[in-house]
Design a protein around this ligand. Structure first.
Ligand code: AMP
Ligand code: MG
Length: 493
């Protein structure tokens, strides 16, 4: 008699160890993702799977579709929705994973720990009015932009897979549903601390702070005041992160405190986009009507968010609340200087400078002012600095930039490096390609409207090598043709 062959599933290589699920129960709700009808794997990041020590071959087909849709829970996972709060556009709200499930923490062969989170995985106790689902377009957008940031050398969550669900999600129109698998150093947010503080249970707050220190900054446990050291370290990382965003013209778009991760990664790609013409007031998000999260305001907003974090930590700083407040104020007041240090280091590298002079910030500021006046393309103008000879159509060749270029050439001569060494430095700090908005839209339209993923794959291939010299064929480095309507982005709901 013939018996059905037992289905053999090759080992995908998961190695879960779920420390977050050991925190006090108030920090999460245990539940599985809501299964989907017809999961189909449309994006799978094999390189990232390799870095994680996963078996790409085992996850490429039906197994990947099952696991990355939430239909099958991999062995060792302990699915939870995380609780958190947050200031959204300045207003405090209780939130939580309304459409995401943390499967657990996967340990790589080298022992690094990563959250494996499904986004768009169905309703949770934190869904409020939402359907718990995500549309395909915004999930693919997260893939493109997060991979671009990673390749630019900017800390970010990564995108491992996208599965279409075969089910519609209803927004203004019916859209295709999708689930994104997000890989993160953790999902501990400023909003997670706000949640703990709002509950008023100091022991829960302490458990979260101790956990964060253990997970991200174990060396701080030895500090005189580990909680103040935690705040200072998070501040340092955010200052560095936001400076890096500014160096490539990135606008996060929705820097609510629930979208700021303590591990220092860029997280939550909703209405984010890259600026073309340099203007510090650039805003793309359709809901950011007052420019709260404009390009040039991002440092101040980071500081504002860090102040919210500091407030939550007050009970841990010092038994004497007044003393604690003074410590917090002093720490937060140091942000502008810390940020400026990173900004200036980034700008020096962009200008090809290795040594330091007192006038360097003014030199950079003068260039930016001229770029602003001329509506110069941010990416290409900096890239042109490294070119010899200067490209014919470069704005840098126009008379208004002549005095600046003279000053800059003189400055370059006051460092020991050869022009060639400076040029190489500029090439590795001024990307040739960023995800240009029209190219992102083109890739999303092909995928969403025609199930053609080749356009996106080509774009991703280019974005994965952003400093390439000379730039790739295909016009990926060109800004969008002039248009009457400004580019607008929408929150990824
Ligand atoms: P975001 O703007 O993506 O940072 O989301 C803000 C909050 O809204 C988070 O708590 C999300 O989980 C929640 N949320 C966003 N979209 C949905 C949805 N479709 N269903 C349920 N919750 C959602
Ligand atoms: Mg969010």
């Amino acid at each position: 008699m013939l018996s059905p062959k037992p289905q053999h599933r090759p080992d995908a290589g998961w190695r879960f160890d779920n420390s977050y699920a050991r925190l006090p129960a108030a920090f999460f709700a245990r539940l599985d993702p809501v299964p989907v009808g017809r999961p189909q794997l449309v994006v799978f990041n094999e390189a990232l799977a390799g870095l994680l020590g996963l078996n790409a071959d085992a996850l490429k087909g039906a197994e990947g579709a099952a696991v990355f849709s939430g239909n099958r829970i991999p062995e060792g996972a302990e699915p939870i929705a995380q609780a958190y709060a947050g200031h959204q556009f300045g207003y405090f709200t209780m939130l939580g994973d309304g459409r995401a499930i943390l499967l657990g923490e996967h340990l790589t062969p080298a022992g690094r720990r990563f959250d494996i989170q499904l986004k768009g995985s169905g309703q949770t106790p934190f869904s409020r009015q939402g359907d718990g689902r995500a549309a395909l377009g915004p999930m693919l957008r997260e893939v493109i932009i997060s991979e671009a940031l990673h390749a630019l050398g900017i800390p970010t969550t990564r995108s491992l897979a996208v599965v279409t669900t075969g089910e519609p999600v209803v927004r203004e129109n019916a859209l295709q549903g999708a689930v994104l698998t997000r890989v993160a150093a953790s999902h501990i947010r400023v909003g997670t601390f706000e949640y703990a503080a709002a509950r008023g249970a100091t022991e829960e707050l302490r458990a979260l702070a101790d956990y964060t220190i253990r997970r991200h900054f174990p060396e701080l446990a030895q500090a005189d005041n580990p909680y103040l050291a935690l705040l200072l370290e998070v501040l340092e990382r955010q200052a560095s992160l936001v400076a890096r965003w500014l160096m490539v013209g990135f606008i996060h778009g929705v820097m609510n405190t629930d979208n700021m991760a303590l591990g220092g990664e860029t997280i939550d790609y909703g209405p984010c986009a890259f600026m073309d013409a340099y203007d510090p007031e650039t805003v793309f998000s359709s809901i950011d009507r007052h420019g709260r999260y404009a390009y040039g305001r991002q440092p101040q907003i980071a500081q504002w968010n860090l102040a919210r974090l500091a407030e939550t930590l007050l009970p841990l700083f010092n038994g004497d609340r007044q003393k604690g407040l003074e410590m917090a104020n002093a720490a937060i007041a140091g942000f502008p200087e810390t940020f400026h240090r990173y900004w200036l280091a980034g700008m020096r590298a962009k200008l090809g400078l290795a040594n330091q002079e007192a006038e360097d910030a003014a030199l950079a500021g003068d260039l930016l002012d001229r770029m602003h006046r001329h509506g110069a393309d941010f990416t290409n103008t900096f890239r042109d600095l490294a070119a010899a000879p200067l490209p014919e159509n470069s704005v840098l060749g126009t008379p208004d930039f002549a005095p600046w270029r003279e000053r800059w050439h003189a400055r370059l001569k006051r460092q020991p490096d050869s022009r060639e060494v400076s040029r190489r430095r500029m090439t590795t700090h001024n990307p040739a390609v960023i995800p240009r908005n029209h190219r992102v839209e083109e890739a999303l339209a092909a995928a969403v409207e025609r199930a053609d993923y080749a356009v996106m794959e080509r774009l991703l291939a280019v974005l994965r090598d952003p400093y390439r010299d000379p730039p790739p064929h295909g016009g990926y480095h060109l800004p969008a043709p002039p248009s009457d309507t400004p580019y607008r982005t929408f929150c990824g709901t």
